[in-house]
Design a protein around this ligand. Structure first.
Ligand SMILES: [Zn+2]
Length: 284
């Protein structure tokens, strides 16, 4: 069995489910901005022989449709036994009333709803459920192993979640500014309050008037932390930090965005510890 996931996060969850039953590959390189990603011909070759394909959906990886139709294998196309849209069943946030084709929106892919749902670790239960079902459809003889792998992973994750919630509990309702609108699922799980985002449109620097408004918000609401992502341009966040005395904290939006976030559980170990440390330092 070969599993191909569009993102490193889904690949990590797929590895937890299939274990040593399958090889798992990722299409988007971990150090790249996934929302600016464009596939190359070698990515089509990656689909060759894939028995399960896992995608974020919601327009985030809209380019996969073209790759899948070029690839042509009905089993991993929409409706096929090996096709997994991991967003199915997720309680979505920021749902748009009408569907917007994300491919027409400057490569920025917040089309149907906010797509960063893997950043609530509890959503791993739904995501791995979809992957496990596809794995069992494709390889029914491996069902017991797949179910045991998933159960073990979810049990460990549940224990982790208790620890993460404890680490962030002293910072309940902490107000934050974020560079990109990546964190609504993370913030809801850990009871944080993302007051505003710096970037309104992908790749467009905020205007001086907007910067002034953000600086005023940071001062008025005594916001101490600006959450930034490794591949986003840093000038604006640093400028706001200098103007207001807030600190810029780099969190990992995905597995592999920083070396410490090596897999799905490590992603939250890193983000929770980094944020808790910054918020504790800021409140002293
Ligand atoms: Zn985004």
């Amino acid at each position: 069995m070969r599993v191909v996931a569009t993102t490193s996060d889904l690949a990590s969850l797929a590895r937890a489910v299939v274990g040593d039953l399958a090889q798992v590959e990722t299409i988007i390189p971990p150090a790249a901005d996934p929302e600016a990603f464009e596939p190359r011909p070698s990515d089509l070759a990656r689909l060759k022989g894939a028995s399960v394909v896992v995608r974020v959906g919601l327009g985030y990886d809209h380019w996969l449709d073209k790759l899948l139709s070029m690839h042509g294998d009905a089993a991993i196309n929409r409706g096929g036994a090996g096709y997994v849209d991991a967003s199915i069943g997720i309680p979505l946030l920021e749902v748009k009333g009408s569907s917007v084709d994300p491919a027409t929106r400057d490569g920025h892919a917040h089309g149907l709803a906010n797509p960063h749902y893997w950043l609530d670790p509890a959503n791993a239960e739904i995501i791995t459920g979809g992957i496990a079902e596809a794995g069992i459809r494709v390889a029914p003889e491996a069902a017991a192993k797949i179910i045991a792998n998933r159960d073990g992973f979810l049990a460990r994750l549940k224990a982790d979640l208790v620890e993460w919630e404890q680490l962030l509990a002293p910072h309940r309702a902490a107000r934050l500014i974020a560079y990109h609108n990546t964190w609504p699922y993370f913030a809801r799980r850990f009871r944080l309050n993302i007051v505003d985002v710096i970037e309104i449109k992908e790749g467009v620097a905020p205007s001086p008037a907007r910067l002034a408004k953000l600086a005023a918000t940071i001062r008025e609401q005594k916001i101490r932390v600006i959450v930034h992502e490794p591949f986003e341009p840093e000038e604006t966040s640093q400028l706001l930090a200098r103007r207001t005395g807030a600190v810029v904290v780099k969190l990992a939006p995905s597995v592999g965005s920083v070396p410490a976030a090596a897999d799905f559980r490590a992603l939250f170990d890193y983000n929770v510890a980094t944020l808790a440390r910054a918020l504790s330092a800021a409140s002293n």
